[in-house]
Design a protein around this ligand. Structure first.
Ligand SMILES: Cc1ncc(COP(=O)(O)O)c(C=O)c1O
Length: 376
């Protein structure tokens, strides 16, 4: 049994949907009460001092997880909104005929933002979905001199692939191309050291492998890029001194917090920071090692059914399986056995976390085999 199983509220299910929503820690309710509710419930004073401490704590948790100073992170609502804010803040992108490079298999919401937040003349150039996005040469061939910004996801949720982010980002830098890294699908399960991989911007969330719930997204800004950012979606918390209250005077905060905005929400960050601290202490390397060992168990049992990469260097935390005409029957049987997975166009997505153990994976394999026998 995984020693971590006991730390999480698993509702007696065999939960393998960690690419979608991670399970909450058992301690999350108390942590939320202590950091958010209690200062509000039990003190006659307004609780902002304690609430702002929650945000500070969120930044510290991210700092520990990704190895970068806390002030380089700004809380955000979700990745779409973060990306919109980045695009609108850069003069170099708000001119005619800018060219953006992204993949056709990026999360659609990211494409929607790139198509709408930039001037109409912007061209979005897609890397074709049939090309191997894990291959640095594919990226190299597409990173031509006329590109202004490259959008790269660390992990792709529907294919279980990893992008060669280090190569893409350093190549982009050599060519003066702005890079934005999306870690929605990798944060917590794919180790990332921001002293090592340095995009201009990184956007992520807490809801998946970080088990921190929705609404606690974040934006990391490379200190080399911070000065050129002039966010348009601002508020008093983007000001260098929020409590100055002079309507005639606004100066951007010098840190990533220039992207913050008006009165901040606190609730999602109180939940998420508790969970991110847990994973920062545990270490993404440990989560990755365990997750890959669980994937190995599945890969060892199946063959042509595996649609995601087989090599560890290019596979994410999700294994994708296609059981062709048996898929619907198998999905139904898994649901019946209280095993939670989902399916997208390439096949069934299975994502084992630190709280899944070999028994969980064996149960998954057994149920699948039982209903796959006629073609297996
Ligand atoms: C790679 C990737 N990017 C972004 C998102 C989500 O973006 P947003 O926070 O704007 O909903 C997801 C959600 O599944 C994702 O997998």
């Amino acid at each position: 049994m995984s020693q971590y199983k006991n730390d999480f509220l698993l509702a007696e299910s065999n939960y393998l949907l960690n690419h979608s929503v991670g399970r909450p820690l058992k301690t999350i309710e108390k942590a939320f009460k202590d950091s958010f509710l209690s200062p509000w419930q039990s003190s006659g004073k307004e609780p902002w001092e304690n609430w702002l401490e929650v945000i500070n704590n969120f930044q510290l948790a991210l700092s520990a997880l990704f190895n970068a100073p806390a002030v380089e992170f700004c809380p955000q609502v979700n990745l779409s909104s973060s990306l919109t804010k980045i695009l609108m803040s850069l003069a170099s992108l708000n001119k005619q005929n800018v060219v953006i490079l992204m993949s056709e298999i990026d999360f659609p919401s990211m494409g929607f933002v790139l198509q709408n937040a930039l001037p109409k003349s912007a061209e979005i150039r897609f890397i074709n979905k049939n090309l191997d996005i894990t291959d640095a040469n594919v990226w190299q061939q597409h990173l031509s001199k006329d590109i202004d910004l490259v959008f790269v996801s660390n992990a792709y949720s529907n294919t279980g692939q990893l992008a060669p982010v280090r190569e893409v980002i350093s190549r982009a830098k050599e060519q003066g191309i702005i890079s934005v890294l999306d870690i929605a699908q990798s944060a917590g399960v794919i180790p990332l050291n921001l002293q090592d991989v340095r995009p201009n911007f990184m956007i992520g969330s807490s809801v998946k492998w970080l088990c921190g719930g929705p609404g606690a997204a974040y934006l990391w800004i490379n200190p080399d890029s911070i000065e050129q950012c002039q966010p348009k979606d601002v508020g008093w918390f983007s000001h260098e001194n929020p409590f100055e209250f002079d309507i005639h005077h606004f100066n951007y905060n010098q840190s990533a917090m220039k992207f913050w905005g008006g009165t901040p929400s606190i609730t999602p960050f109180a939940l998420a920071s508790h969970s991110i601290h847990y994973f920062a202490t545990l270490g993404a390397n440990n989560v990755r090692t365990h997750n890959q060992a669980m994937i190995d168990l599945i890969v060892d049992e199946f063959d042509t059914e595996i649609m995601s990469p087989l090599h560890k260097e290019t596979r994410s935390g999700t294994v994708i399986l296609d059981f062709k005409d048996k898929q619907t029957v198998i999905m139904h049987a898994l649901g019946h056995a209280n095993i939670s997975v989902d399916a997208r166009h390439l096949g069934m997505r299975v994502s084992a976390h630190i709280y899944n153990n070999t028994d969980d994976i064996q149960q998954f394999i057994d149920v699948v085999k039982q209903h796959y026998l006629s073609v297996y």
